[in-house]
Write a protein that binds this ligand. Structure first.
Ligand SMILES: [Zn+2]
Length: 275
């Protein structure tokens, strides 16, 4: 799972740091977000937003090699072959806009999941995504690439007709809070269930660990020059220092309890009614 965000690093010179981190989802949640288990894939430090093509070029080239050929790592005198698969890219909306190369994160076709259009509300002066105009048809990659032309056509007055879906929470929120609540951040909740189906359970995934990691990363740089180089130097040094081996706790929960188990004695008759 990837993560990217920006954070001011030198306020006087308005320099920001853009790190790209990754965590390994196969590591159990209790150890996954330890500092030593988070990977720093790239850093950009500048007064302006990075050019994502330049920023990602090297990272993507390495990832493509790892996806196609994998890598071999020696652990306890045994060689293991690892291949890399990308599960997701966790970012806030401004960073999503930067990395997906859209002008705004709340544009007319901001949703990367469905085709629901946004409408600029002149009263509230925000872009809203009215529930009754939802179009829950999923977008394809080709459509996403074509979206700028569609948006231009829409700006010229072409109508986009929506299809209604029923998701009570988002639908009724307008009745309670008024139409100004229908921001993109509310609309995106409509896709939460599909995203959980797509990515599996997300209850143990966290963005907070990465937020903390940015502060830790910033601590590796001093003064106002060559900040990304300083950070990458100390990150490399930290990565070659031998880590102590971590041991996993024995889980206390049980995935399965057989009906014959003595701990189900008093519930057994009742449970049998459900079988
Ligand atoms: Zn959507």
């Amino acid at each position: 799972m990837f993560y990217a965000d920006d954070s001011p690093i030198v306020r006087s010179t308005k320099q920001s740091l853009w790190p790209i981190y990754a965590c390994i989802l196969q590591i159990p949640p209790s150890h996954r977000y330890y500092q030593r288990n988070l990977l720093t894939l790239g850093l950009s430090s500048s007064r302006i937003k990075p050019d994502v093509d330049v920023f990602l070029r090297g990272i993507l080239a390495h990832l493509e090699t790892l996806i196609h050929y994998g890598t071999t790592i020696s652990l306890s005198e045994q060689e293991y072959h690892f291949v890399v698969r990308i599960q997701g890219f966790l970012v806030d909306l401004p960073a999503k806009s930067l990395f997906s190369k859209t002008i705004n994160f709340n544009g007319r076709f901001a949703c990367t999941w469905c085709r629901s259009p946004g409408e600029y509300n002149t009263v509230y002066r925000v872009m809203l995504y009215p529930y009754e105009k939802n179009d829950d048809q999923l977008r394809t990659h080709d459509e996403f690439v074509q979206a700028p032309q569609t948006a231009a056509a829409a700006a010229a007055g072409t109508e986009v007709i929506g299809r209604e879906t029923i998701i009570d929470g988002c639908e009724s929120s307008t009745l309670i809070y008024g139409p100004a609540i229908e921001l993109y951040s509310l609309h995106s909740h409509l896709h939460l269930a599909d995203q959980v189906r797509h990515h599996d359970g997300l209850s143990y995934s966290s963005a907070y660990a990465f937020e903390t990691c940015i502060r830790y990363t910033k601590g590796k740089a001093h003064d106002t020059r060559n900040l990304a180089s300083q950070i990458s130097y100390w990150t490399n040094i930290a990565s070659i220092i031998k880590q102590t081996e971590a041991s996993l706790e024995v889980p206390h929960g049980a995935n399965e309890i057989f009906l014959e188990s003595p701990i189900l004695e008093e519930f057994r008759e009742k449970l049998k009614e459900f079988i």
